[in-house]
Write a protein that binds this ligand. Structure first.
Ligand code: CP
Ligand code: NVA
Length: 302
């Protein structure tokens, strides 16, 4: 594994290795055992979109691993004034040991990796959010004790989260069902791959998708960059909400996850959110541990 650009680049074994290392690093952190594995290493973090979790967990994670992280807002970089990503990649490769980038186009992340000579990590694009899904899988395994055979259900927009969750859950042997409006389906190529490689369904019926689910997941109706579509989307996604009716269709012990930030009473009710806050904030915490595992795998010496 040279980069983390999207989950489909990783084998099931590579994902499992990351989850196992993440568990170990979490245990060490909780027990005050230092792990300065990346001493002297520097991660550059390019942000073209806002972030709370990704920025803080990567920065704190690098620090805990003995290295350092640079926050690079695209507003301040020459990339924001049109310097090509190909040149930025070759320059940053001379200074840094790794780059994390949050941007719009997946191609920009792929180009950064192709032209640079250091590991690149996708911190969210319009197409994928692999770091989030590694933390999600870690959290599901933590709470359920396993992944294989569980039924996973995503309710809402067929966005970057849906795309990465489909790949991650199917690769880990879970059943994956998506409930979304017909005009807001996940990526066609990803759905085709999922149908060929596992148990996958995509339906407009939230209750059908949620039936007997072990894990329910949702995300905002309008993602970053789609703010101008908010009104149209609010109408289109009416009913695509995790609420008491959806919980009743799932297994009685179903867990609920949300990548955050959450919009209460839109994609999830306040009541369901607060009932499952423990799971949702474990999930947010696990961003730190899962990404530290990715950093060790990509920037570590062995
Ligand atoms: N879930 C997530 O990526 O959060 P941020 O946008 O705050 O980084
Ligand atoms: N789909 C959301 C995820 C935020 C973590 C977005 O792209 O804005």
């Amino acid at each position: 594994m040279k980069h983390l650009l999207k989950l489909s680049d990783l084998s099931s074994n590579e994902i499992m290795d990351i989850l196992n290392l993440a568990d170990q690093l979490k245990y060490e952190k909780k027990n005050g055992i230092e792990h300065k594995i990346l001493s002297g290493k520097t991660l550059g973090m390019i942000f073209q979109k806002s972030s709370t979790r990704t920025r803080v967990s990567f920065e704190a994670g690098m620090y805990q691993l003995g290295g350092s992280a640079l926050f690079l807002s695209s507003n301040d970089l020459q990339i924001g004034r049109g310097e090509p990503v190909q040149d930025t990649a070759r320059v940053l490769s001379r200074y840094l040991d790794g780059i994390m980038i949050r941007t719009f186009a997946q191609q920009e992340v792929e180009d950064l990796a192709a032209y640079g000579s250091i590991p690149v990590i996708n911190g969210l694009t319009d197409y994928a959010h692999p770091c989030q899904v590694l933390a999600d899988l870690m959290t599901i395994r933590e709470h359920k004790g396993m992944l294989k055979g569980l039924k996973f259900c995503f309710v809402g927009d067929g966005n970057n989260m849906a795309n990465s969750l489909i790949v991650g859950t199917i690769k880990m042997g879970m059943e994956c069902s998506i409930a979304c409006p017909a005009d807001y389906k996940p990526d066609t190529g990803i759905m085709k791959w999922a149908q060929e490689n596992g148990k996958f369904t995509c339906t407009e019926s939230v209750l059908d998708a949620a039936k007997d689910a072990d894990v329910l997941y949702t995300d905002v109706w309008a993602s970053m960059g789609q703010e101008s579509e908010a009104a149209i989307r609010t109408a289109a996604f009416k009913g695509y909400q995790i609420n008491d009716d959806v919980m009743a269709a799932a297994k009685p012990d179903a867990m609920v996850l949300h990548c955050l930030p959450a919009h209460r009473e839109e994609e999830i009710t306040e009541k369901v959110f607060e009932t499952h806050a423990n799971e949702i904030f474990d999930e947010a915490e696990n961003r730190l541990h899962a990404q530290k595992a990715v950093l060790v795998k990509l920037l570590g010496n062995s």
